[in-house]
Design a protein around this ligand. Structure first.
Ligand code: SAM
Length: 283
């Protein structure tokens, strides 16, 4: 038995009583097809799905026509070279590619990224539309891996800064109650809000953060929820409850002109990720 495998066994035994296990750290796309026909087919499939949505959406005019398959291919190369391939915590290839495509196609003049973490979403938004002003907010900037030139990184909640623009897009990936984020965005004149982790009522438990992240925006559009209904779930061994505030959900729904789930472009890369939802806010 080698020294290495002994150390691994000891570490695993130490972690087990705390309900933790030792797993090999992996990065996105460490195991992937080499360049060739089959890999090209993946890029084509992703471009067809994304292109179909982008060309048919009625959220915003398509400002900039571009070759989507070429963009997918270029993005893939840049993502492989990026420092954002850790699979824990941050956004992964499919969703980051959506941020790049939305930023490029819808061309907002100001983009706000709430929840910087390692910096992946700010990088993808800025990559798609380098001429826009980009602000990236986090209450803890200590995990930031890459500062993209031209992006303003701000260590605070986004509501602490006065940002104005003609056509603002906000990306929320900060574990904060999404109805609160819609109210804040509507008040500040944001046109488009994109949400990560907008799980429906049957799936939200792993992303509830003890109820701090509730309600999800999807709850506002869920006709099955009744006022005062109590939803209970278990999270990390504890039981939690949340009571449906129907009036509040309806009020937030009234601020939203369009609400859609983006199609899944992660699966063709072999990545399992909840696709974003996108809301157009009434002006
Ligand atoms: C899932 S990570 C963000 C991942 C990142 N957007 C990406 O694409 O890789 C969530 C981040 O939200 C941050 N956060 C928590 N509360 C926040 C707040 N009120 N405003 C901004 N960021 C917040 C956390 O510190 C954490 O870094």
């Amino acid at each position: 038995m080698t020294l290495k495998s002994n150390a691994r066994k000891t570490a695993a035994a130490l972690l087990r009583p705390f309900g933790m296990e030792l797993v090999r750290s992996a990065r996105d796309l460490d195991d992937f097809l080499e360049p060739g026909k089959q890999r090209d087919a993946i890029f084509r499939r992703v471009a067809v799905v994304a292109g179909d949505w982008l060309q048919n959406q009625s959220i915003a005019p398509w400002h900039q026509n571009f070759d989507i398959e070429h963009e997918v291919r270029e993005f893939f190369g840049d993502y492989l070279a990026s420092p954002f391939r850790e699979t824990s915590g941050g956004s992964r290839i499919g969703n980051l590619l959506w941020l790049d495509l939305l930023a490029k196609a819808l061309a907002p003049d100001v983009m706000l990224d709430s929840g910087t973490f390692r910096g992946a979403s700010a990088w993808a938004l800025s990559r798609g539309n380098p001429s826009a002003r980009v602000f990236s907010f986090d209450i803890d900037m200590s995990q930031l891996l890459l500062r993209v030139p031209g992006v303003d990184y701000v260590e605070s909640d986004w509501t602490q800064q006065d940002v104005t623009g003609q056509n603002m897009l906000c990306y929320f990936d900060d574990h904060v109650d999404q109805c609160r984020r819609v109210r804040e965005a509507a008040k500040r004149g944001v046109s488009i809000a994109v949400f990560d982790d907008d799980y429906d009522v049957s799936q939200f438990a792993p992303m509830a953060h003890g109820g701090f992240s509730l309600p999800k925006l999807s709850f506002c559009f869920d006709e099955s929820l009744g006022d005062g209904e109590v939803i209970a779930w278990r999270e990390a061994g504890r039981r939690y409850e949340w009571t449906v505030p129907k009036g509040e959900l309806d009020a937030v729904r009234g601020l939203v002109g369009q609400y859609q789930r983006l199609p899944d472009i992660s699966a063709p890369f072999g990545v399992d990720q909840m696709p974003y939802s996108i809301a157009v806010l009434k002006r």
